[in-house]
Design a protein around this ligand. Sequence first.
Ligand code: PLP
Length: 454
Amino acid sequence: MSKSQTAAQATEARRESHLFYLSSLRRPLIDRAEGIYMWTQDGRRFIDGSSGPMVANIGHSNRNVLDAMKRQMDRATFAYRLHFENEPAEELARELAGKLPEGMDRIFFVSGGSEATESCIKLARQWAVATGQASRWKVITRFPSYHGGTLGSLSITGDDALAETFEPMMRVMPTVPAPTAWRDRDNLSMEQRGVRYADMLEDKILAEGPESVVAFIMEPIGGAATAALVAPDSYYARIREICDRYGILLIHDEVMSGAGRTGKFLGGDHWNCKPDIVALSKGLGSGYAPLGALAAPMRLVQPLLASGGFQHGHTYAGNPLACAAGLAVLGEMDRLDLIANAAAMGDVLMDGLKALAKRFPFIADVRGKGLLTGAEMVADPETLRPIDQGKKATQRLLDLAYERGLIIYGRRVKGGVDGDNFMVAPPMIVTSEQVGEIVSIIGDSLEVLASELD
Ligand code: PLP
């Protein structure tokens, strides 16, 4: 009996599972992962073409990160922040502050993306109260968007399917349309459209009452809900101007676009549009440990400190093991010059995806920055008529790629942009040959999908 047959039988034998997730779909058991590859116990090899959900930024099983974690494990894996300070957290905060826009040097650690965005809106609200602006509590967000699954972060997530069951339990926040300027059929230039989308924020602020709005949250480069959507350049500066005009804080959710993946440390660094608060996670821990962070300048934090401190926190915040992992991840990013590689490989990937869009005209748009790329599929590229939902085109494409040993990412957002999206975002250590292989497998998968869409 071959080794893979034995492993397959072992997989069969664990049919009964006590876990439950979004779907009851069973997946093969993971055995090991290294670099951009993952192997299952039944002997299959996968290319991690989306770094999981855009997490494994520096690739799997990096020796230096594992060694740094082991060293920390031998010293202390947990020290509660109200009892002890710890060096990894202090050092990671210092390192991070050095990579963030000037002045964003106060760091609050959490364990994930939802905790990060939720912490951002709580910081904004507490800042408003501490500075005598208690009427300000609304956080305007974009639709569609994804900022997390906890009730607070869900209240700023623009996705009807995720929110509707829980709406009675939360304050649903006002939304403005995500800047899907490429879809607009008018005589305006892209830059004019960028301004128009930004101005919708001003209209919303005025409609809600500026004195009631505390913040606007956006992903500088879209993630799960909009597949790497990039706004026209004009959008970013205009958003900053509008927030300043009404004394509203600008929160950048960099949970997916941050930590180097787009070819700059932050997605927002591609534009001159400095945020007031930044949320980070995913690539910060790069899959080695659950880690997230909020960064803000002292001018926002000081009023809180003067009024008793930030009324918020989680038990695992600033965990020494997670922070040691994060610190080593940043170290590897520098040592291997991975942000530059993400920019260079992003160009190769983008060329490959654009070539696919020429071959398969139902791909109506290809976009992104660096190694955060996305594509949108429609039934008719002229009218942008969506693909019949019954075809489940996104899921079908993901499955076809999975069958061919490639993981890519995609989901459909109810009430959002009607197109079917997919995202390609391999680890930042990817080589041009590997990008070629990824594009080729997507091409083969699209070929089958195309025949099914006819
Ligand atoms: N914000 C953004 C932009 C995300 O992409 C995600 C997750 O996909 C989150 C927040 C929530 O992060 P988590 O799933 O770690 O709670």
